[in-house]
Design a protein around this ligand. Structure first.
Ligand code: CTP
Length: 399
């Protein structure tokens, strides 16, 4: 996700400096070329060697060490950076940046950069709430600096309150967002994901193998691309995506209600969920006891959410999925027209690298004009982005 990107990670002197080691790991694992700049006080908490080893780049600490080189170090670094992230950012460094003070390698390089700057503050709660600090933050925000707000919690200084550095994983997500063009800004996306569970009795249910990975990837990617995202999910083992409003449901009936209650406020609905087509006619109040021989379970059809949405679309864009095991394109074409969707994403769940639980998918994208795209084996993240690119094109066409 960060291949070809140059990122500067600034580390300032707070106890949370050890957490930026984890942030560095996430950035490099995603393919970023990360250059670390540490202030003098940051080096009291973590050694430059740790960052140097993990980034595989020299760590910059002193402004004037580099003057002997052919290029002026801080200017060349600043020129190359796609993004600058400072985590933790102390009240001191934020104060300096707000006032245009450039008296060390870190502040000088930030001032010289034209790339996006993301600041993740960490400090004592009273420092954080201090109107002077708040004024500095406000000033930087006005100049386009992005902030990853600290969270409430036990602070190293013994106080409890706001000021704790946000988690490295969430700072990483915000960095990805800051590097992604906001081509879906202003759109409200409703995404469904995962399986549903239809209860038979208090201990048993009917369900399917859906892991939710495809729908969650769409929700994460849409948030990064600037959309307001609501994710309605059946039971999965996945963490709730950052920045996304999460609605957890169990049964197809609950998913139906949750979707219908929010459909009106959405400009795009993407139905990646594997909704159960049937539920038991009766849910037994007590655990069913086994009997000899066979057992018959009577099922009744669930309402088809996508079909209902297709009946009264208005200007809303509808994207459906089709999970097939035979006659992929024939069945998918039928669903495209019968469910009245604008785009249908079909996959053969028996194909290697496609379907449930895996990190990849092999999809066919069916358009209303008969076009079929077959991009081959892709990560679910890449499939999500391809679907969203087509959604963006359809939205623009509609305008
Ligand atoms: N879907 C839905 N509500 C249902 C069943 C399916 O909204 N009760 C949606 C799914 O979220 C998906 C699309 O319809 O976007 C196709 O789902 P799929 O399971 O592939 O097909 P079905 O319509 O259920 O048809 P079949 O099981 O006969 O293949």
């Amino acid at each position: 996700m960060l291949n070809g990107k140059t990122i500067i990670l600034g580390v300032t002197g707070g106890i949370a400096a050890y957490k930026s080691v984890e942030l560095l790991r996430l950035l490099t694992k995603a393919g970023g070329d990360v250059h670390v700049i540490m202030t003098r006080s940051a080096q009291e908490f973590v050694t430059p060697l740790t960052f140097q080893t993990l980034s595989r780049n020299p760590v910059q600490t002193e402004l004037f060490n580099l003057m002997g080189e052919r290029e002026i170090g801080h200017i060349s670094l600043a020129d190359r950076a796609d993004l600058f992230v400072i985590a933790p950012a102390t009240a001191n460094v934020i104060g300096k940046l707000a006032c245009g003070i450039a008296d060390d390698m870190l502040t000088t390089t930030v001032m010289a950069t034209r790339g996006t700057v993301v600041l993740a503050p960490a400090m004592n709660v009273n420092m954080y709430l201090n109107p002077i600090y708040q004024g500095n933050e406000e000033r930087l925000r006005r100049h386009g600096y992005l902030f990853v707000d600290p969270v409430k919690g036990d602070l190293a200084c013994g106080w409890e309150g706001e000021g704790k550095l946000q988690t490295p994983e969430i700072i990483f997500q915000e960095v990805l967002k800051a590097l992604t063009p906001s081509d879906l800004a202003g759109e409200s996306l409703l995404v469904t994901a995962g399986p549903t569970r239809e209860e038979i009795d208090p201990v048993r249910y009917l369900s399917n193998h859906s892991s939710g990975k495809m729908g969650y990837a769409i929700a994460r990617a849409a948030w990064r691309r600037g959309a307001r995202v609501t994710l309605i999910s059946g039971p999965t083992a996945l963490p709730a995506p950052w920045g996304v409003e999460m609605v957890s449901v169990e049964s197809a009936g609950e998913m139906y209600d949750a979707v219908m209650a929010r459909a009106g406020g959405s400009s795009v609905i993407i139905k990646a969920a594997a909704v159960a087509d049937y539920r038991p006619v009766l849910r037994a109040g007590e655990k069913l006891k086994k009997q000899g021989g066979t057992m018959t379970l009577e099922l009744v059809k669930n309402r088809d959410i996508l079909t209902e949405l297709g009946k009264d679309k208005g200007r809303r864009l509808l994207v459906g999925f089709a999970a097939e095991t035979t006659e992929l394109l024939h069945n998918a074409r039928k669903k495209l027209s019968e469910k009245n969707v604008d785009l249908l994403v079909a996959n053969d769940v028996t194909e290697v690298g496609a379907g449930f639980s895996v990190e990849t998918n092999v999809v066919h994208l069916l358009h209303r004009d008969g076009r079929v795209e077959a991009p081959g084996l892709l990560s679910k993240e890449a499939v999500a982005n391809l679907i969203l690119t087509r959604v963006g094109e359809l939205l623009r066409e509609r305008e």
